[in-house]
Design a protein around this ligand. Structure first.
Ligand code: ZN
Length: 335
């Protein structure tokens, strides 16, 4: 399985302190939850968050993660930390730093520089952009140009909420076929690129149904940071599709899983032995509790009998819990 849109930095967010007040919409969820969390990240927290996220991906039979990262107070080197954490656990990773002007032009430049540094050093990745609505024209153009220079695409949230309704117009002349267009719920026109559908996240943020089947684009599935259990995302994508159209079949959501292998072709050769018998789309849509038992990545067994072979899973969970406690303390102190 391929998770085509993840935020490994949010693996420690579960159980985090409540925001200062209850968010009343998508923009406030960003402002009061995620933009406070990303400001509290340091490289140590990022490392244990990524290791926990990578471990949970393997346990879910996901061997490739396309990650989108933001840590405005720890930008330089952050993509190396994530790539190394995934490599240690044995999961394939494609990294990007989400560039934004939320922290001024210098912050945007630092984000672009981190993407450039990582790709220049041979890292596998995209050029990340948070979203059009938090970026200036100059920043969007610089990101598009940097991606083209590196022969890769831009990985960007697109019209996730109504606050980003102008994304279609602003990206119309920039987007290309190798871009990853994440969400596309409120996108007012078709853009070139692969649409990444994140059904659980979209429901959780109450942004509406993206109706990906109505788009001409290839569609892949992501978790948007809520684990990397792609069988579950497939089941949610099917249920959400069916809720909108009672004639929908699970083969459509299954094809969205298969698109992941176009984005991460190496993963198509990995093998997973599951704890359930039948794996056709109709059976899997109605089978709960599906887990991976044995996982082989690039010929190496990295999960055996549900346990990681390269790392100590208990140690990762213990260290991740310690890092989470530190993260939560920083959030409690944040105005
Ligand atoms: Zn996202």
């Amino acid at each position: 399985m391929v998770c085509a849109h993840h935020h490994l930095y949010s693996a420690l967010a579960r159980g985090m302190p409540a925001p200062p007040r209850t968010p009343t919409g998508f923009l406030e969820i960003l402002e009061l939850v995620w933009w406070r969390l990303d400001r509290a990240l340091d490289l140590d927290i990022i490392e244990w968050s990524a290791k926990l996220g990578a471990l949970e991906a393997l346990e879910s039979g996901t061997t490739a993660i396309i990650d989108h990262h933001e840590s405005p107070n720890a930008i330089e080197g952050s993509l190396d930390v994530i790539a190394a954490a995934c490599a240690e656990v044995g999961v394939r990773a494609d990294c990007s730093y989400g560039v934004t002007d939320r922290h001024g032009a210098a912050g945007a430049r630092a984000g672009l520089a981190e993407n450039d540094r990582f790709l220049r050093s041979g890292g596998r990745g995209h050029v990340g952009v948070h979203a059009a609505f938090t970026c200036s024209e100059d920043t969007l153009q610089a990101a598009a140009g940097l991606a083209a220079d590196h022969g890769t695409g831009v990985h960007i949230h697109v019209a996730e909420g109504s606050a980003d309704r102008a994304a279609g117009e602003r990206l119309a002349t920039l987007a290309r076929d190798d871009w990853l267009l994440v969400h596309a719920v409120h996108l007012d026109r078709d853009l070139p690129g692969t649409i990444i559908h994140n059904p659980r996240s979209n429901m959780n943020n109450a942004v509406g149904y993206a109706m990906p089947a109505a788009r001409p684009n290839p569609v892949a599935l992501g978790s948007d940071g809520i684990g990397a259990a792609m069988v579950e995302e497939f089941q949610l994508a099917y249920a959400r599709h069916r809720e909108d159209d009672v004639t929908a079949t699970p083969e459509t959501a299954w094809s969205w899983l298969e698109t992941g292998w176009r984005l991460f072709p190496e993963a198509a050769h990995d093998t997973v032995i599951w704890n359930c018998g039948r794996l056709d789309a109709w059976s899997l849509a109605f089978t709960t509790g599906v887990k991976a038992q044995d996982v082989t990545v690039d010929g190496e067994v990295v999960l055996r009998d549900g346990r990681p072979t390269r790392v100590d899973g208990d140690e990762i969970r213990t260290k991740a819990a310690e890092a989470a406690a530190r993260l939560f303390a920083k959030l409690e102190d944040m105005p």
